[in-house]
Design a protein around this ligand. Structure first.
Ligand code: SAH
Length: 354
């Protein structure tokens, strides 16, 4: 029977049991864990201090470590941003983006294959959600990133395909796996692991009670219900009058700052009046705003405002005491925003290269 379990689903006890059942001595479990999380093994065969027979038995019992189909350099960004497409055991595709910077590396992971939320400007949701990713499939993306980067990623953001709070248990288990120290996890700091939600309020409420140090980002994109509902179906279910109090309660329960994502679309949500409405909406609790100029996607007619207009929007928020950053768009030429690469593949198109 083909293996279905991922090594990245196993905690220390479960990994020890797997090693034992494969005929390995007890101390081998720690060695295997170190290969998985600290020594960046790309394959079972590459674990050179593990006996061959044990490697073979583990390879038979657990999924391959290297399921990478292709990696694309994101040209023109100067930062070495790479987009990774991985084939999962059932043939589905998962996207991961690696964003190295001078002194740190960020990996953007997917939590689902596709997405059910249907935001108008997002490529991930165009064909709905095929399935949830398991915790191991999510954590494996960090492992793949570590192999390709040649170092452990410093930051993880759940900003690839999918809605992490629609796959809450697996996303949280994956974050715990990424946070645990080796040989049980990568040892990535909890405050360097960010969940991004389109506004699934029950998820925000649960996250507030979870007692974890992970970060929360909320994709807002519009300051009024009429505008937000026009592009984000989730707003009909949990409108701003429900979402914002839930976010405020999260900050009160955790003592943490929340980040709002706000994608700037020219002529739609980028005017000074929108900045003022946004200021009024998020007044009175600790938050910051991350402005993202729209990445063009097929099937959505919007475009990003010019850089001066983006900066003016940012400056207006700052002048009124709201901390706001403007994200430089990376990887436009290689379909690097959420869900675009898998979609290009599914359509039979060649992935674009910048
Ligand atoms: N479902 C989660 C996480 C995945 S998307 C969420 O909605 O937060 C990560 C971020 O990218 C979200 O803020 C999303 O709205 C944004 N995004 C999606 N498509 C985009 C595009 N074409 N241009 C700019 N930002 C986009």
């Amino acid at each position: 029977m083909a293996a279905t379990a991922s090594a990245f689903d196993l905690d220390a006890a479960a990994l020890a049991a797997a090693v034992r059942e494969c005929g390995g001595e007890a101390f081998r479990a720690r060695q295997v864990g170190e290969w998985l999380y600290a020594r960046r093994a790309a394959s079972w065969g590459g674990m050179s201090n593990i006996p061959k027979a044990l490697r073979a038995a583990l390879a038979e019992r657990l999924l391959d470590l290297d399921g990478t189909l292709e990696t694309l350099e994101v040209a023109g960004t100067g930062g070495g941003t790479r987009k990774v497409l991985s084939r999962l055991a059932d043939g589905e595709l998962a996207e991961t983006v690696l964003i190295p910077a001078r002194d740190r590396a960020t990996v953007c992971v997917s939590s689902q294959v596709g997405c059910a939320m249907g935001c108008a400007f997002c490529a991930s949701g165009k064909n709905g959600c095929a399935r949830n990713l398991s915790a191991g499939e999510i954590a494996a993306q960090a492992a793949r990133a570590a192999v390709l980067l040649g170092r452990r990623p410093d930051n993880v953001v759940f900003m690839g395909m999918g809605e992490p709070f629609a796959n809450y248990d697996n996303a949280l288990a994956a974050a715990r796996r990424m946070n645990a120290p080796p040989p049980e996890g990568f040892g990535i700091g909890a405050r360097r692991i960010t969940f991004s939600t389109c506004g699934v309020v029950p998820g925000i409420e649960r996250f507030a009670r979870e007692g974890v140090q992970f970060e929360l980002s909320v994709s807002l994109h519009a300051p009024t219900d009429a505008m937000r509902s026009a592009l984000m179906p989730v707003n009909a279910r949990w409108p701003l009058g429900v979402l914002i109090p839930a976010v405020r309660a999260y900050t009160e329960a955790t003592g943490r700052i929340v980040t709002f994502e706000y994608t700037l679309v020219a002529g739609w949500n980028d005017a000074p009046e929108h900045a003022r409405a946004l200021l009024a909406l998020v007044r009175g609790f600790p938050c910051r705003v991350n402005l993202i100029p729209l990445n063009p996607v097929p099937g959505f007619a919007g475009r990003a405002p010019d850089p001066a207009r983006c900066e003016a929007f940012r400056a207006l928020l700052e002048r009124h005491g709201l901390n706001a950053t403007l994200r430089r768009s990376k990887g436009r030429g290689v379909n690097a925003s959420c869900g675009q690469l898998r979609r290009a593949r599914a359509a039979g198109g060649a992935p674009a290269r910048a």
